[in-house]
Design a protein around this ligand. Structure first.
Ligand code: PCA
Length: 130
């Protein structure tokens, strides 16, 4: 009950207005955020995957949430951590969150032949919440 909350950076279907938002909706939204440069999104299915990419110069855009340990366990199962679809690990964010310890879901499968999202924002149209 007294376990600590985790700060989670989300960039895909968990975001507000997106298909899987219900899985995180009861947690605490803190605001929009961006990673430091060096990370890129790929469209891997009807969801995106984030990977490290030294050629990226703008970072990935998403949302910062504070989630309970119970919610985090639910999210890990939902995102396929046991199946090694993603792994959850720390990621550095840009200002004003540069000294904040934040985690995100890194995509673990091959992105060869997948389309990168050069803008850093999924979906590419930017239209989630009208
Ligand atoms: N769900 C997680 C990872 C990718 C996805 O679609 C997220 O929204 O960050």
């Amino acid at each position: 009950m007294s376990e600590k909350n985790t700060l989670l950076f989300i960039y895909g279907t968990l975001k507000r207005g997106a298909t899987n938002h219900a899985v995180i909706a009861d947690q605490n939204y803190l605001g929009e955020a961006r990673t430091v440069p060096g990370y890129r999104l790929y469209i891997v299915a009807d969801y995106p995957g984030l990977i490290k990419d030294r050629n990226d110069q703008r970072g990935v855009l998403g949302e910062l949430w504070s989630v309970s340990s119970e919610s985090l366990r639910r999210l890990d199962a939902f995102e396929g951590i046991p199946e090694k679809l993603y792994r959850r690990a720390s990621i550095p964010l840009s200002a004003p969150h540069e000294s904040t310890e934040v985690q995100t879901y890194f995509y673990l499968r091959n992105t060869r032949g997948r389309r990168p999202i050069i803008s850093g924002l999924w979906p590419s149209s930017g239209q989630l919440i009208p």
